[in-house]
Design a protein around this ligand. Structure first.
Ligand code: ZN
Length: 485
């Protein structure tokens, strides 16, 4: 008996030693000494320009009938007159209401890059206007903050790129590698008339991009729990999406004589089954790399968990699965969104339908999800039907030069911050641009804090003048390094 306790104690001590040693080895990489780059900008003028851009109500409504085209043409004219150097010195092509600029490089043998954003915005939900501290389309600048729809998504991207290009033109910079800039007008409704048309145009011209940079993730400040330094996550892939209709069929008839089993209860059971059987997932690919990098900056306990995934892998995955944002990084998500049954209260339905939206992780496909769901719920009375959709994007290489350029540029502005790849859980125009790019990166070089999150597609969207100016500096360095060799 005594021997057993001694053996157990020795094993526990050894285990603790392994855990502690692995945790102590799980450190940030050696500090890199990067020279900070000073970029002199007129911040008052930057804020003024962004404010003006917000005042154009370039809203993408789900129904094109509601589009106020004059706001879009107004914005385009404003870009041409506010950034005259860009408009005069770069080649310009307009595809529908999407703007495409080409800045020819001196070495035509190099594959071009594309830096892009979208200037359409989502509507402000009627009735929520009064929740805004400053009206959403007035571009108020108060106490060092620029307010309004598009301040983060994504007019700061579009106008920031134009400011950065102007800065480089004014300093006499001449790119070696050709740069394309595109500013989409319909990202919020799928990009089929904008980014998709630009990608088709580039393809037709025989242009294959070395890499593209579009909106996506940000420089997080306080968004990764336990990490106090700024961290940049550059998304290297985006999830796909597919709708499946689950259809339950039954006899129908008068509701005064219901059978024991109805289409509605059959359907309810199927939906419950889906909820109880989430699509299998796990920490792998860019998300695994991201947690590996960021956890090195965490306090001892979470660091110990990530440093010892051989032991705590299951615990980590169950913790991450419990929160919606991290769960979405791990797996294809299941969201029943629409239901229909009978058209009248005293008529039994002959068909009850649930539409379920799946956001597809790169490891899965529309086919594999349809098969999984069919295996799980299909029966004599239940069938599964696919309604449109698209697979996840390919995963871009985070060891490739484009990624390194973005990372280096961020460190020139913000010091030696960690930069990791990530997975985009929403959709962006990059699913179109990615078709003509070796690698597609999704990242805004702008600082984001937890308080700002509700602004995305929500209320009180805003950006501080300082953060915006730093974003412009980030774009300056990305454009410079991206095109100088
Ligand atoms: Zn956006």
């Amino acid at each position: 008996m005594k021997r057993f306790f001694i053996t157990a104690a020795v094993i526990i001590v050894l285990l603790m030693v392994v855990i502690v040693v692995r945790t102590l080895l799980h450190q940030p990489p050696a500090a890199i000494d990067i020279e900070q780059v000073e970029i002199e900008l007129n911040e008052t003028e930057l804020a003024q320009h962004l404010s003006e851009s917000i005042q154009f109500q370039t809203v993408s409504f789900q129904s094109p009938a509601y589009k106020d085209r004059s706001q879009f043409t107004g914005f385009i004219s404003w870009v041409h007159s506010t950034f005259p150097l860009v408009h005069e010195r770069l080649e310009y092509l307009q595809l529908n209401d999407t703007m495409l600029y080409r800045w020819p490089g001196s070495d035509a043998s190099l594959k071009p890059i594309l830096v892009t954003g979208h200037y359409d915005v989502v509507p402000v939900i009627p009735g929520t206007e009064s929740l805004w501290k400053h009206p959403p389309f007035t571009g108020v600048i108060a106490d060092g903050v620029i307010w309004g729809r598009g301040a983060l998504d994504d007019k700061s991207g579009v106008v920031g790129i134009l400011e950065a290009t102007t800065y480089l033109l004014e300093s006499g910079y001449q790119p070696t590698r050709t740069v394309y800039l595109s500013f989409g007008h319909d990202e919020e409704i799928g990009g089929s008339e904008g980014a998709a048309v630009v990608a088709a145009y580039l393809k037709e011209q025989g242009v294959q991009l070395a890499w593209s940079l579009d909106e996506g993730s940000f420089i997080f400040d306080g968004l990764i729990s336990g990490v106090s330094s700024l961290v940049a996550a550059v998304n290297v892939a985006e999830k796909g999406s597919v709708n499946l209709d689950i259809v339950a069929e039954a006899e129908g008839g008068h509701s005064s004589m219901p059978p024991q089993k109805s289409a509605v209860t059959d359907l309810a059971r199927a939906i419950t089954k889906l909820e109880e059987n989430p699509i299998p997932g796990g920490l792998e690919g860019p998300s695994a790399e991201m947690f590996d990098i960021f956890s090195r900056y965490m306090p001892f306990i979470p660091k110990a968990l990530f440093a010892n995934q051989w032991l705590f892998g299951g615990l980590i995955e169950s913790q991450l699965s419990a929160a919606p944002t991290t769960n979405a990084m791990l797996r294809t998500t299941t969201a029943p969104t629409m239901l229909s049954g009978s058209v009248k209260s005293n008529v039994l339905p002959i068909e009850a339908i649930a539409r379920v939206n799946f956001r597809i992780h790169p490891r899965d496909s529309m086919d594999s999800i349809e098969n999984y769901v069919t295996d799980l719920v299909a029966s004599d009375s239940i069938t599964v039907h696919r309604r449109g959709g698209s697979d996840a994007s390919p995963v871009s290489d985070w060891k490739a030069p484009g990624f390194a350029i973005i990372a280096h540029s961020m460190r020139e502005i913000h010091g030696d911050i960690p930069v990791a790849p990530g997975l985009m859980i929403a959709a962006s125009d990059s699913r179109h641009y990615g078709k003509v790019a070796d690698n597609a990166y999704r990242f805004n070089p702008i600082r984001l804090t937890p308080e700002l999150l509700t602004g995305f597609h929500g209320t009180n969207e805003r950006i501080s003048v300082t953060d915006y100016a730093q974003g412009v500096r980030g774009y300056v360095r990305i454009l410079y390094h991206g095109s100088s060799n």
